[in-house]
Design a protein around this ligand. Structure first.
Ligand code: SAH
Ligand code: SF4
Length: 377
């Protein structure tokens, strides 16, 4: 087995190159070929010495994930389903907007947190993705999109870790992938434009603020512990007061001066005016200790197994106005890619038993999508 170079951030790649007897700075050139130019064929990396290229061919490779499907929505949203082996598949979604291009990336196959309203949670946990599997989603999407949109400049300006899985429960693989996203020799994304979304793994939030502070979104979904225990089972381990205190601390290191609170609107469950009032009281208490935040209300993307329903538009608006009147910046997430069921963080079309995935993968394998290196003229 040779090493997949998508497993490394620049520091890791430098270490790998040293192991091959190459100078550290060669890693920078290699890193740029891979991430900035989307190359995987070492022979095409013309400024690397032939000897180094031969060593790389013997000991390394750059491998994309096999694509099971690609769906393009009328609004330009693109969803890919990638095969990560063993009957597991993960989704990646590209969301184009006027002023940015956002890629929503998965961090795990399945998820152990088991939130009631989340289709990934209903699948259960299969395994952590490797760094290469996290980064391959960006690597592929960026270079595919440049070609597809006929653009030479960067297409993806924002990354949100809001696909399948709880990124802070896959911390070891997450950090090098974030570093490669931020690296000027990699994707050069601003820390403010890379967002980790978490259901509230408090100790790992502390570590993230130390190791690689990026923008933080916290999935709140409830204004009190009783309800949150029920919707986000991790709350039993890290209850709201602890979570919100950690959010306040995170701001000391964060690249943005606020935390985004995500709140999935579930009809009759957490969407009543009384919930909004309770939320205001809770957040005001923490705001008096320094917490700064914005709310993002997410219309629930329903799926049968959840037994839950999407809140009516009027309820969402009424909820938003309570927050706004209390002085909190509040947005309601637009649903995108509805026709391909690609709302970010919501992979409901794919609530599936593992056998279902395996079958689908077998079918899709029959029609592989070709992916070739682009040569630089
Ligand atoms: N595990 C992380 C990141 C992945 S989920 C987290 O929970 O934050 C990304 C976002 O999608 C979360 O805010 C989650 O609450 C939301 N989400 C999950 N299922 C959803 C659904 N069915 N409808 C709408 N939003 C959903
Ligand atoms: Fe996991 Fe996030 Fe889904 Fe909860 S909402 S089950 S933490 S992916």
């Amino acid at each position: 087995m040779t090493a997949n170079l998508l497993d490394f951030d620049l520091e890791g790649l430098a270490f790998f190159c040293e192991g091959l007897g190459e100078k550290k700075f060669r890693a920078t050139q290699l890193f740029r070929w891979i991430h900035q130019r989307g190359m995987s064929n070492f022979d095409d990396m013309s400024d690397l010495a032939k000897v180094m290229r031969e060593k790389l061919k013997a000991h390394a490779h750059v491998a994309a994930l096999p694509i099971l499907s690609q769906q393009i929505s009328k609004d330009g949203t693109i969803k890919w389903l990638f095969d990560v082996g063993g009957g597991d598949a993960v989704e990646t979604v590209f969301i184009p907007e006027d002023d940015r291009g956002t890629l929503c990336i998965s961090s795990q196959a399945g998820c152990a947190v088991g939130c009631r309203f989340c289709s990934t949670g209903h699948q259960g946990f299969s395994r952590n993705l490797r760094t290469s599997e996290i980064l391959a989603q960006l690597w592929f999407a960026e270079h595919f999109l440049r070609q597809y949109l006929n653009q030479t400049e960067r297409v993806i300006s924002n990354v949100v870790m809001m696909g399948m899985g709880e990124p802070l429960q896959n911390y070891t693989a997450l950090i090098p992938s974030l570093k490669a996203m931020l690296d000027d020799h990699g994707y050069g994304l601003s820390r403010r434009r890379v967002t980790v979304s978490t259901s509230g793994v408090v100790p790992m939030m502390t570590r993230l603020s130390q190791d690689c502070p990026v923008a933080l979104a916290v999935s709140l979904h409830a204004p009190n512990d009783a309800l949150r225990d029920n919707l986000v089972p991790l709350n039993r381990k890290y209850p709201l007061n602890e979570l919100l205190s950690e959010c306040t601390l995170y701001l000391n290191k964060a690249p943005r001066d606020f935390i985004t609170f995500e709140y999935c609107m579930l009809k009759g469950v957490n969407d009543q005016p009384a919930h909004a009032q309770e939320l205001v009281t809770l957040i005001r208490h923490h705001a008096s200790r320094g917490l700064r935040c914005k709310f993002n209300l997410i219309p629930f993307n329903p799926f049968k197994e959840s037994g839950l329903l999407r809140s009516d538009d009027a309820a969402v608006e009424a909820f938003a106005s309570v927050l706004i009147q209390a002085g909190f910046v509040t947005t309601i997430r637009k649903t995108r890619g509805d026709d391909i069921d690609a709302a970010c963080g919501q992979l409901a079309g794919d609530v599936m038993d593992r056998t279902g995935v395996a079958q689908r993968i077998a079918q899709q394998r029959a029609v592989p999508i070709q992916w070739t290196d682009r040569k630089i003229s």
